[in-house]
Design a protein around this ligand. Structure first.
Ligand code: ZN
Length: 116
């Protein structure tokens, strides 16, 4: 593992365990903290370190029983049907951005793990 990769891995781990939502980066408190299975238990996801992230209750309820890819598709579909409500459109666009970023981050982590 090169020094650069090590540094990058460290920053990925810090972003996950910095007491912020894995998806929207909101600060977590005792009142809004939830644990999310990246791959839902209903789809065969396990209670393993690699499959669990800390997130806020809002993102947890948006994601529900879906994978991240399914969540993005659902949000995109909601956005396609939401024409007039500007506030809701902005909120959906932000969620799509956040969940897409999280998906990219997981792909990066998997790539690093498979090379080390
Ligand atoms: Zn969140």
């Amino acid at each position: 593992m090169t020094a650069n990769k090590r540094k990058y891995t460290k920053s990925v781990i810090e972003s996950i365990y910095s007491n912020r939502c894995f998806y929207c980066n909101r600060k977590l408190t005792d009142g809004n903290r939830a644990v999310d299975h990246l791959c839902p238990v209903s789809k065969g996801g396990k209670n393993t370190f690699e499959n669990l992230v800390m997130c806020c209750k809002t993102c947890n309820s948006i994601k529900g029983n879906k994978t991240i890819g399914e969540t993005i598709a659902q949000l995109q579909n909601d956005l396609n049907w939401c024409h007039d409500d500007v506030k809701r459109r902005r909120r959906l666009e932000r969620y799509i951005h956040d969940f897409t970023h999280a998906k990219d981050l997981i792909i990066t982590i998997k790539n690093i793990n498979s090379k080390t």
